[in-house]
Write a protein that binds this ligand. Structure first.
Ligand SMILES: C[S@@+](CC[C@H](N)C(=O)[O-])C[C@H]1O[C@@H](n2cnc3c(N)ncnc32)[C@H](O)[C@@H]1O
Length: 236
């Protein structure tokens, strides 16, 4: 019997209408819809984004991807998730995985897909591109992300401030993901370099409760959600 197909679908950063026409068509046609499990008893972000698009007959399955850095714990979670998905593919059912933002941009889907391929080398996996957080944030700010020959550096997480200093030395536009835990140290560097007025924080871009912080001079301390990024224009 032929295996079903696993689709990684980009569902955008919050506004349900940011899914592509293709992504929506494939999402609604899938037998099984999976997404990263939320924290506690809350629905996950991708699940919330797609809930209005799902059909009553579709089976939804949250997959557990723990927010830890321990490789053994992560690999065992990917293995378990791939086994769950594999079980349905073996029944010739198509499985959609809903990914917040874009599926190729720092997404858990990459690990799920790689683990599934190890278990089922013959499995067919397709990804549907979409809107990622830096472009969504630029849209919220009503500014272009980049123009002309500007260089863009994206730091997915900052573990040392030297990484940030190096990025500021070499690019015109710098986007910091996962900025919530290091915001105060970043703020000090932006202050030292006179960049507070050309930096913005966008929290929950394109969500109903999104917030924008500009002129960071007056925001030395911010308690930000995980879904926040900081955009710096180095040449202003
Ligand atoms: C693991 S990455 C996932 C990126 C996602 N796949 C995307 O396409 O943007 C998570 C980080 O992306 C950023 N992010 C994701 N969604 C966001 C949103 N709606 N608003 C602001 N930042 C967001 C945050 O910096 C967050 O810590």
């Amino acid at each position: 019997m032929q295996l079903g197909i696993l689709y990684g679908i980009s569902v955008g950063t919050g506004d349900p209408e940011l899914i592509t026409v293709k992504g929506l068509r494939i999402l609604q046609a899938a037998d099984i819809v999976t997404f990263p499990q939320g924290i506690g008893n809350k629905p996950g972000v991708a699940q919330q984004i797609i809930s209005q698009w799902l059909k009553p007959q579709q089976i939804t399955i949250p997959l557990n991807f723990p927010y830890v850095r321990d490789q053994d714990i992560l690999e065992s979670a990917w293995q378990k998730a791939a086994e769950i998905v594999g079980k349905y593919l073996r029944q010739s059912k198509n499985v959609a995985f809903a990914c917040e933002g874009d599926v190729s941009f720092y997404s858990t889907f990459t690990y799920l897909a790689a683990t599934l391929k190890k278990l089922y080398p013959e499995a067919v996996i397709e990804t549907i591109p979409g809107v990622c957080s830096p472009t969504a944030a630029a849209s919220e700010l009503q500014i272009p992300l980049t123009v002309r020959d500007e260089r863009l550096t994206i730091l997915p997480a900052i573990y040392t401030m030297t990484e940030l200093e190096t990025a500021l030395d070499s690019a015109e536009v710098v986007v910091l993901l996962k900025v919530s835990s290091v915001y105060q140290q970043v703020w000090q560097i932006l202050k030292k370099r006179g960049l507070l007025e050309s930096s913005w924080v966008v929290e929950k871009a394109t969500c109903r409760d999104r917030k924008i912080y500009q002129n960071l001079q007056s925001h030395p301390h911010l308690q930000l959600s995980y879904f926040s990024l900081l955009l710096i224009r180095v040449l202003e």
